[in-house]
Design a protein around this ligand. Structure first.
Ligand SMILES: [Ca+2]
Ligand SMILES: [Ca+2]
Length: 439
């Protein structure tokens, strides 16, 4: 599903190529999917049912289920139920609580089974949890516009009514089977109102309830989480990676795992004392990522390229990617990440600290050059990377001293290597090796 969106996103990104490199902004560009015929029937049944009240659909903002009308089997009888999220049409989204209705198909007609008002003013996401009972649970993440708080409600449908089996405020959440029993667990970061401390907690399903199966303190400096990923640490242990903001200018990552033998949640990056400094404490330009798609998560650190400082106007940065192993971060590679244009160039090791980059006067082009203070970058140019459309390339609107190094849909990635006797000079085959698309 995701792939189909991407060529469209890239086109959008090209238009906005001035925007800064940020981790999860692709999500925001996804449009809600169109309703299918079946969903349209449900919508009509719902409108009929609301007796003239004008209503509008409410779409989940993140995650795999983006539709306001979810078709899924919620009970132990065959056949899908429909779950619909909606609001009064006149409501501003900041004010109106969201309503949710479950409909079932009886004799070919969709009929309302159960109706409830959800807390919250936006739906963050909707997930289906498998807890091994044969009856899935519906997990709804809710946002409250204004104060930025979140509420998770997990519900079970018994064929007639929806019972709430779990309800908890959170700052970050994920559904993973961390204890390895084959049933989905709930991983939350929570900041109870009565406490100064913030906790990560794991809840596991037993006999109809979610019970705490592990907890660990998290860095209290983190005020907001933006990204949560499950993957592995470098030695193969399963872990949850949390990217969060410390204030508005700095981001960091926390790494937690569940020790199945001891039944404990472990925070590898915070021990409950004064938070440590890490090389992945960074300006908020990048989030965790699995570069090579091998499950081991790479954590970014960010430093200005030679000649730039964080205080420069529009500085360009090098991203250092770290693995976490044996309680510490180890840099594995460094790359120039051009998120708006959807590519990354890994720096050869002899470039690090010596090569810088700048935008050129050409559209969507970056020049990489050997940095010497006070010297014109053009005099020590090593590589030009350019992104263009296929039609620009085919129609020779782009000069033919570029070489094609990669393509995606209608987008072409081009490289040009100027004459140079620098020891840092690289070849087109090397550029192809170091280059990768990131979407
Ligand atoms: Ca489990
Ligand atoms: Ca990886």
């Amino acid at each position: 599903m995701k792939k189909r969106w991407l060529s469209g996103i890239l086109a959008v990104m090209l238009v906005f190529s001035g925007c800064t490199y940020g981790g999860g902004n692709v999500d925001g560009l996804l449009r809600p999917p169109r309703l299918s015929d079946e969903q349209n029937d449900i919508w009509l049944a719902l409108k009929k049912d609301s007796q003239g009240d004008s209503i509008k659909l409410v779409y989940p903002q993140r995650g795999e289920n983006r539709s306001a009308i979810l078709l899924t089997n919620l009970d132990d009888e065959p056949g899908d139920e429909a779950v619909v999220f909606f609001q009064p049409a006149t409501a501003s989204s900041a004010a109106a609580p969201i309503r949710m209705k479950v409909l079932d198909k009886l004799d070919g007609e969709w009929e309302s089974m159960y109706d409830l008002v959800l807390d919250g003013t936006q739906i963050e996401d909707v997930s289906i949890l498998n807890v091994g009972t044969g009856v899935p649970l519906l997990a709804i993440g809710l946002n409250f516009v204004g104060d930025g708080s979140h509420l998770l409600r997990v519900m079970q449908f018994d064929g007639k009514i929806l019972n709430t089996v779990f309800s908890q405020n959170y700052q970050a959440k994920g559904f993973y089977d961390l204890d390895g029993d084959g049933k989905d667990d709930i991983f939350l970061v929570e900041n109870p109102e009565s406490e100064v401390k913030t906790w990560a907690k794991l809840y596991s399903y037993e006999n109809g309830r979610f019970l705490t199966s592990g907890s660990a303190l998290v860095n209290p400096e983190i005020t907001r989480y933006t990204n949560i990923l499950k993957g592995y640490m470098a030695q193969g242990e399963e872990a949850v990676y949390l990217d969060g903001y410390k204030g508005s200018e700095l981001m960091t990552t926390e790494i937690l795992s569940f020790d199945r033998d001891k039944g404990q949640l472990i925070n590898w990056t915070y021990d409950g004392q004064v938070p440590k400094k890490y090389p992945v404490d960074r300006v908020p330009l990048a989030t965790c990522y699995d570069l090579s798609n091998d499950g081991v998560i790479e954590v970014p650190g960010i430093r200005p390229l030679p000649g730039y400082a964080e205080s420069s106007t529009s500085p360009l940065y090098l991203t250092d990617w770290y693995h976490f192993a044996d309680g510490q971060y180890e840099r594995i590679q460094s790359s120039f990440v051009n998120s708006p244009l959807g590519y990354m160039l890994t720096f050869p090791e002899n470039w690090i600290g010596k090569v810088s980059a700048q935008k050129t006067t050409q559209e969507n082009e970056i020049l990489f050059y050997e940095y010497h203070m006070g010297q014109d970058p053009l005099s020590s140019a090593l590589l030009y990377l350019k992104v263009a459309t296929r039609s620009e390339w085919v129609s020779e609107k782009v000069s033919n001293d570029y070489e094609l190094i990669d393509t995606r849909g209608q987008i072409v990635y081009l490289a040009k290597i100027p004459d140079s006797d620098s020891a840092l000079k690289i070849s087109i085959p090397q550029v192809k090796e170091y280059f990768s698309r990131i979407i």
